[in-house]
Ligand binder design. Structure first.
Ligand code: 13P
Length: 257
């Protein structure tokens, strides 16, 4: 059975003090998390990683970053390395988020390099893929998913791939309040799993986890999590409050346990 993974991507929100407060709140909520079934990851901004990591000591919640650079170290002003992320307490890193592809020049090639480094340094990458509205409306959803997967995962063995979490985030559903319907999400997830089976093997594809992201809220979590190929959620806006994020985790747990 694939372990469900619910991650909160806090994007460019929360000062250190605010981040500590929410992490403390979530630690209290999840002091008895059924970790056989579910994993919870918080992804604050770089500035809050270290402090949130300290708050999470003694809890079942993991820490992730929102991006990383692929070089080990060097004169790369503004960038952060895998070693630095691990030092700050991270075990996960989001790579290739659509906002980075859209606003910061992230490409399949940079995504591929970042995943490679993350894997070699023992961080679990969360690879984000997904189509824009124009791509969906022109019938190109599946070809975009294939493009993101085949290039993003180029050169990795099945063993490597199985250590990667895929996050399907249709760009048109991010921050818009427009969630993909459970059927639309399931269709894309099944397609992704089928494509992973072609790249690797059916067994590997069955072991790989595919999260859904895009306007996940407490009231749509259950229906999304009931879909057979949805293994969790990457949550933006609704991960910014203890109440809504805790509700999402609880609903996911109810469905998946
Ligand atoms: P929202 O949940 O705010 O739509 O954001 C989704 C997302 O981009 C998570 O990475």
């Amino acid at each position: 059975m694939r372990k469900t993974i619910i991650a909160g991507n806090w994007k460019m929100y929360k000062t250190i003090g605010e981040a500590i407060e929410i992490a403390n709140g979530l630690k209290r909520e999840f002091f008895q998390l059924d970790t056989q079934v579910i994993e919870v990851v918080l992804c604050p901004a770089f500035t809050a990683l270290s402090e949130v990591s300290e708050v999470l000591v003694g809890s079942e919640i993991s820490l992730g970053a929102q991006d990383v650079y692929w070089q080990e170290e060097g004169a790369f002003t503004g960038e952060v390395s895998c070693k630095m992320l691990k030092d700050a307490g991270c075990s996960y890193v989001i790579i290739g988020h659509s906002e980075r592809r859209q606003y910061f020049g992230e490409t399949n090639d940079s995504v591929n390099k970042k995943i490679k480094t993350a894997l070699s340094q023992g961080l679990t990458p969360i690879l984000c893929i997904g189509e824009t509205l124009a791509q969906r409306e022109s019938g190109n959803t599946f070809s975009v998913l294939e493009d993101h997967l085949s290039h993003g995962l180029a050169g990795f063995s099945a063993e490597d791939a199985e250590r990667i979490v895929i996050a399907y985030e249709p760009v048109w559903a991010i921050g818009t309040g427009k969630t993909a319907t459970p059927a639309q999400a399931q269709e894309a997830h099944a397609y992704i799993r089928g494509f992973l089976a072609k790249l690797y093997s059916e067994e590997s594809a069955q072991r790989m986890r595919i999260q859904y992201g895009g306007s996940v809220k407490p009231d749509n979590t259950s229906d999304l999590m009931k879909q057979p190929d949805i293994d969790g959620a990457l949550v933006g806006g609704a991960s910014l409050s203890v109440e809504s994020f805790a509700a999402i985790v609880k609903k996911a747990l109810e469905v998946k346990k």
